[in-house]
Design a protein around this ligand. Structure first.
Ligand code: ZN
Length: 86
């Protein structure tokens, strides 16, 4: 089944809302120092460009402006915890 633009738009909007919420939670968690942005291997070049590790308050806008992923933005954020090394 091929998703219509409206379906992709609705799915991306839902995913974006969830992502913003989880990023906000990570930013409020003192144990989280950095946030790693992960995008699928088949993501568009704009998305590939924002993949990486950021200070938790400097996370790029997601979906990034100009994203052209065929199935909508599918990246996500992963917390980098403050690990105390011995
Ligand atoms: Zn994209």
């Amino acid at each position: 089944m091929i998703a219509t633009d409206a379906e992709i738009e609705a799915r991306t909007a839902k995913r974006t809302a969830e992502l913003q919420k989880s990023i906000k939670e990570l930013q409020e968690n003192p144990r989280v120092i950095n946030i790693r942005v992960i995008v699928p291997a088949e993501a568009c070049p704009v998305c590939q460009g924002i993949a990486g590790t950021y200070a938790k308050n400097a996370v790029p806008q997601m979906p990034p402006e100009g994203c052209s992923c065929p199935r909508g933005f599918e990246g996500y954020a992963q917390p980098m915890l403050n690990v105390i090394y011995p």
